[in-house]
Every structure is written in C-alpha cells, then in structure tokens.
Design a binder for this molecule. Structure first.
Ligand SMILES: Nc1ncnc2c1ncn2[C@@H]1O[C@H](COP(=O)(O)OP(=O)(O)OP(=O)(O)O)[C@@H](O)[C@H]1O
Ligand SMILES: [Mg+2]
Length: 330
C-alpha cells in the first residue's frame, strides 16, 4: 500500500500537474520498491499518458522563472532552455564513462531501488572555464528529460546574512518537490572554506547549513554543483557529493573529435592533425570560437570549405585575445 503521506500529498496537489506528477511518482516508486512492478508499471503508463509535467508545456526558448510558484516575491532560479544532448559534448573517456553511468543509473532507477540501492542525487563538476560543466548540466537534463533550473546565486546570497540560509532552504525545498536538475553554478561562491579567516561567523553558519542541505538532498531529481575554483571549496563539501566529475582541457584525442564535429558540415582543406597541435592548452570553448571564426571567414569569402589561411588567421586572433601571440609560430 502507498504511504498515507504520499496519498495526502497526491490529493493536496490537485490542479497542479507538476506537483501531482511528483506525488504520483513517489507512489509508483513505493510500489516498485515493494515488488509490485506490474502495478507500478501500469500506474506509470497512466501517469505518462495523462499528466504531462508543466515544464513540457512551459518550456520555451527563454528564461522562465518558476520560482515564483514557490514564493512570488523572490526569483531564486532561472529555467534554462535545453537543446544539446550527449552527442553534442566531447569528453575524455573517463569523464564520459562517469556521465553515462549517471544517466544509466537514472534511467534504470526502479531496478536499483528494488535492490534498495541509493541513487546518486548530488554531483559536483570541477574544472577550468570553458570545458563543459554548464554544457554537461544541459546534456544531463536533455538525456533524462528533466527541466534544468539554475540557481541565482546573486539573489540567494543576500546582504542580510540571515536570509541567505532561508533562501537556500527554499531553493532545496523547490528542488525536492519536483523532478528536475538544480544547477548550482559558481558553487565556490556559496561553499567557501569555513576556515577562511576573512569570513564572518555568520557566513560559516551558512556554509554549514549548505553542507547539511546537500547531504540531506535525496531527489526526486539531481543537484549538480559546478566550480572552476575547487581549491576554495570547504574540505567537508567533497564527501557530501555522490560523484565528483572533473572537466579538463581537451587532449589530442578530444581536440580531434571537437574539430571533426565543428567541421562536420564544412569541409577543411588543410592538415587538421598538424593544426590540432597548435590548439593544445586551449579550452573547448576557445577551440570552438576558433572554428566558428574560421568558418565565418570562409562563408564571407563565399567559399565552400575552410582553408589553412582562414584557420591560421582565426587562431592568431584567438591567441591575440589571450595575449599569447608570441607562443605561436605559424
Ligand atoms: N566538452 C565540450 N564539448 C563540446 N563543446 C564544449 C565543451 N566544453 C565547452 N564547450 C563549448 O563551449 C561552451 C562554453 O562551455 P561551458 O559553459 O560548458 O563551460 P564551463 O565549464 O561551464 O565554464 P565556466 O567555468 O566558465 O562556467 C559550451 O556551450 C560549448 O559550446
Ligand atoms: Mg559554466
């Protein structure tokens, strides 16, 4: 039998399809958990056929604030429109395996629950800028058909310190009540080390309550935190995450993959391999910019392929931008 609390929640959510769906999913999970798979499956079919999540209706190519449904006075999250999936991201084999593992686990969650195995619900992405942390949050949302909400750190960290903790509580409540991915970008801004002597005592308490909230978060969706300053994170934060995924700058293999994708619809007339050597040390975002720039130059010259001259000139532009011109010999 479904728990009385779950049934109460279901009835109380009448008229709010997203909450209704979340409550119904809890009952389905519970039934699957108790070994009543045919019942769970048939409920799931009925639910999918009749109750579409609000976000499927609402999601438009714009930023939508759904936080107003929780508290009309404050906007704690932005909904990010999601379009890119696994085939749009290039990852090292290790990182790829971790991400595919997270997706597989979610897709087969009922099997795992049947064995009473906990699901990963808290994931930390760490790595330098432009290496795919935000993109990967989008990829997870797309692959798992979940809406992606990005927390507005600027709004959450209030100048009134007491409010920061209560904003965080509302944020986690929000994510606990609907299947979604809550993305905490610039996580270091929230979870700076408590040992930092420049911080106020009250801020340490905020970090403590954040640790507590991350620790207690059990879904229904995922919390994905991202940082490019992992060295500033409080030591205790690491073990609160089920998975820590590192996003490194591309090596030779990944550069070649990225180039082949970027130039998939626009052939090149030069030796890509020798050019890839010159891209070492750049981020994916930098390399993407070089490719776009080279293609743009070719298009403006009304050419159907990119020549070495265009690519080299786009690369020089990027190097100048980074103040590294002297390092490139072309
Ligand atoms: N691994 C990747 N594979 C393919 N494209 C990538 C990858 N990483 C970055 N890009 C491209 O660069 C853009 C910017 O990357 P993204 O925003 O994911 O970086 P980030 O790691 O979140 O950086 P930051 O730390 O500055 O937030 C992406 O939207 C994508 O177009
Ligand atoms: Mg980012």
């Amino acid at each position: 039998m479904a728990k009385a609390d779950h049934i109460k929640k279901l009835v109380a959510s009448y008229g709010r399809s997203q909450d209704f769906r979340a409550a119904a999913l809890r009952i389905i999970d519970e039934a699957a958990h108790q070994g009543k798979k045919p019942f769970a499956d048939s409920l799931r079919k009925i639910l999918d056929a009749n109750v579409s999540p609000d976000y499927q209706v609402a999601s438009q190519p714009r930023l939508t604030s759904l936080a107003s449904q929780v508290d009309p006075s404050t906007t704690l999250v932005d909904e990010i429109n999601v379009s890119r999936g696994l085939r749009d991201i290039v990852l090292s084999p290790d990182t790829q395996a971790l991400i595919e593992g997270i997706i597989e686990e979610r897709r087969r969650s009922e099997e795992l629950r049947r064995h009473r195995l906990p699901l990963s619900t808290r994931i930390l992405f760490a790595g330098p800028p432009g290496c795919g942390k935000t993109l990967c949050a989008e990829v997870l949302a797309r692959e798992l058909s979940l809406p992606l909400f990005s927390a507005r750190i600027d709004v959450i960290v209030s100048s009134f310190l007491g409010e920061t903790a209560s904003n965080l509580r509302r944020l986690f409540d929000f994510a606990s009540r609907r299947p979604c991915i809550l993305f905490l970008d610039e996580f270091d801004a929230l979870a700076r080390t408590r040992a930092d002597t420049t911080e106020h005592n009250e801020l340490r308490r905020v970090v403590n309550s954040l640790l507590h909230m991350v620790e207690r978060f059990r879904g229904p969706g995922l919390v994905v935190a991202a940082t490019n300053l992992p060295q500033f994170l409080d030591e205790a934060i690491w073990r609160r995450f089920d998975d820590v995924v590192s996003f490194d700058p591309p090596e030779e293999r990944e550069i070649a993959l990225l180039l082949s994708r970027q130039f998939a619809n626009f052939p090149v007339h030069f030796d890509v391999e020798s050019m890839s050597q010159k891209l070492k040390g750049m981020s994916y975002a930098d390399i993407e910019r070089v490719c776009f720039d080279a293609i743009k130059k070719a298009v403006l010259k009304r050419r159907k392929s990119v020549s070495e001259t265009e690519f080299a000139s786009a690369l020089r532009k990027e190097m100048r931008r980074k103040g590294l011109t002297s390092l490139v010999k072309m």
